[in-house]
Design a protein around this ligand. Structure first.
Ligand code: C2O
Ligand code: CU
Length: 515
């Protein structure tokens, strides 16, 4: 990308931030604490030597896994409902990709959509030019074109991949990416991925129509990452508006309102409760569930009826084992949990936090003859006891304590009560850093809503949660939360809210490495 294209993009981003702050009026911009303001230095681009050198230094197994993926329009069967969407295959979730720590993934993406697209590899300490964020790290993949992603995945864990163009990931353009640990510590006998998703596409509306209903004023320009949005018709906007009528719900754990959109359907591994995904394992199996929230805006409470959960990792990062009955999982977060399978047929439930409804699938032992109706309201209505929040989890290996070399203060803001969201602060549009530095970002949530905040290319630690490490953390309304990370992955990265609609409505910033 030319530097003038880049500065145009930055100008747009700054425009959004300024608009948000001006509209808020009373919210003071917090000053950047140290260092960054007057620095004039040269930026490291995704195509520079530093990026290649970082890739060279990553742990490698020597193995290469080759895959093909095609993004295309598809008609998927959701429990008898045939729904038109965009996906990576015949299902409402992309194929699971499984590799081992240190493997190189070589994946050719074919774009058979009528829109530009991209694939982002969420949570992986990836080489910057493979991060899948057009136009920052690569050109947009045009309709009919292809792009080959090629990178080493140096760390084990549960990750996922999704389109990073517009609202495409709230269609079917996402899937699980598991990086196995050959020397895993969990002793699990079996390992099953559980991808939870909130679904509205093709049910009379589309994600783009929903954004229009939420915010007539968010310009198509915020589709900066995806090019012009697809055509939207009035009927789709009308049915989108109906999904906003049920209000915001309310959640104590999330400090107030839960969501704007009431999704008509919730899926596990692309399947609704009427035609559920089934996990079958003999009694006594030590089962590892890799739970991924691929939803665009819905937080879920996850539980397995009749079973205690042992959380072993958060966002692919090992945690000290923590036992409870349910976990709260925000969009883009992942938890790996162990259960010891009990004889019988058991609902696995992902209840919408703060509202009714949710997704369900089945865990059954081969000896079980019981039939369970997962569509019964009882499956999603029981409170299952001890809730484990991320604030009580502790890392298995903490980031070594170090005084930050740079500290940024970023305000998360909303323009009044309009659906316009932003990040403000002296350096909010562009947080610069140098390789080798310890960075602290203090997020001041000045809104009445929670936000799942995500850094690309880096796993951070949360000092107030005992150094818990992850890549997506919940920022609660009207609170402050700091994240620390080592600047060890040069390039240009995004830092944004993973509520897909907040992101599209402006809640995003960039991390830039300089020399
Ligand atoms: Cu899941 Cu910008 O990322
Ligand atoms: Cu948000």
């Amino acid at each position: 990308m030319s530097s003038s294209a880049l500065s145009r993009r930055l100008a747009l981003r700054w425009g959004a931030v300024t608009f948000g702050s001006a509209a808020l009026g009373s919210v003071a911009l917090s000053a950047c604490s140290r260092g960054a303001a007057n620095e004039v230095s040269s930026e490291i681009s995704p195509f520079d030597d530093e990026v290649r050198a970082a890739e060279q230094s990553r742990f490698r197994s020597g193995r290469t896994v080759e895959r093909n993926l095609t993004a295309a329009p598809a008609r998927v069967n959701l429990g008898g409902r045939h729904v038109d969407t965009w996906s990576y295959g015949a299902e409402a979730v992309g194929p699971e990709i499984r590799i081992s720590k240190g493997d190189r993934l070589n994946l050719r993406l074919q774009n058979d959509l009528s829109s530009e697209t991209s694939v982002h590899w969420h949570g992986i300490a990836i080489r910057n030019d493979m991060d899948g964020v057009p136009p920052i790290t690569q050109e947009r993949i045009q309709p009919g074109a292809e792009f080959t992603y090629d990178f080493v995945a140096p760390d084990h864990g549960t990750y996922w991949y999704h389109s990073h163009s517009g609202l495409q990931a709230d269609r079917g353009l996402f899937g699980a990416l598991v990086v196995e640990d050959p020397n895993g510590r969990t002793g699990a006998d079996e390992d099953v991925v559980i991808v939870i998703d909130d679904w509205l596409d093709g049910l009379g509306t589309t994600p783009d129509a929903v954004l229009r209903a939420l915010s007539p004023e968010v310009p198509g320009g915020h589709h900066g990452h995806g090019g012009p949005p697809p055509e939207i018709d009035e009927a789709e906007i009308d049915s989108a508006a109906q999904l906003l009528e049920d209000g915001h719900g309310s959640s104590t754990a999330l400090g107030g309102m839960a969501t704007h959109i009431t999704y008509p359907l919730h899926l596990i591994n692309g399947r609704p409760a009427e035609d559920p995904f089934v996990v079958s394992a003999p009694a006594g199996t030590r089962l590892r569930l890799r739970v991924i929230n691929a939803g665009a805006e819905t937080p879920y409470r996850f539980s397995v009826a009749g079973h205690e959960l042992t959380v072993v990792s958060a966002d692919g990062q090992d945690v000290s084992y923590a036992v409870g009955d349910e976990i709260l999982i925000a969009p883009a977060q992942r938890y790996d949990v162990l259960v010891t399978v009990q004889s019988g047929s058991w609902p696995i439930a992902a209840k919408v936090e703060g509202k009714t409804g949710g997704a369900a699938c089945l865990l059954r032992t081969p000896d079980s003859v019981a039939s369970v109706d997962l569509t019964s309201p009882a499956v999603l209505s029981v409170s299952s006891g001890r809730l484990l929040l991320e604030s009580v989890l502790r890392p298995f290996g903490a980031l070594e304590h170090q005084v930050p070399d740079r500290e940024y203060s970023v305000d998360l803001i909303q323009a009044g009560d309009r659906y316009v969201w932003g990040m403000a602060g002296a350096d909010a549009g562009r947080l610069i850093m140098k390789q080798g530095e310890r960075i602290r970002i203090v997020m001041n949530n000045n809104t009445d809503m929670w936000h799942p905040m995500h850094t690309h290319g880096h796993t951070f630690s949360v000092p107030s949660y005992g150094g818990l490490r992850r890549d997506t953390v919940i920022s609660l309304p009207r609170t402050q939360l700091a994240i620390d990370f080592d600047a060890d992955n040069p390039g240009r990265w995004m830092f944004h809210c993973h509520n897909a609609y907040h992101f599209e409505a402006g809640m995003t910033a960039d991390l830039h490495y300089v020399r």
